[in-house]
Design a protein around this ligand. Sequence first.
Ligand code: MG
Length: 167
Amino acid sequence: MTGADEAGVVLSGIGWDSHRLAPGRALILGGVHIPAASGPVAHSDGDVLSHAIIDALLGAGGLGDIGQHFPDSEERYRDANSLELLTSVVDIVSAAGLHIINVDATVLAERPRLGPHREGIRATLAGALGLGAPRVNVKATTGEGMGFVGRGEGIAALAVAALRTAG
Ligand code: MG
């Protein structure tokens, strides 16, 4: 947080995350379990969407990144519930005197189709972020058969967040 001269300023941040996929792993996106043949290999629950949003929020606030706050070298974050990590970051942002305006995100996955789960994910994230659903947008796209997403080797998410300084 900076000086009072920045009261009411809007700050933007970007977040990106990707994880390798393996058969038999649970797929969790935005805190929602999605039935799928494969899921992310990760120290935490591998929720790329929550991780991207965390980095977008931290980025907008000038508050570092997910690895600084929740090191994957620490045993206590093994299989961590990323929605709980997101809730912690919402508290960190609030403690810095910043208010979340909106979050927009895109999940990149070849399968499964995420359309049927979109509103559930959106509602779950909105609850964690303390926002109305219209301020939390979740989009999904495939890799059209190209690259690590298209070949089904991994899943990724990209997010942007806007924060407003107090005042
Ligand atoms: Mg991650």
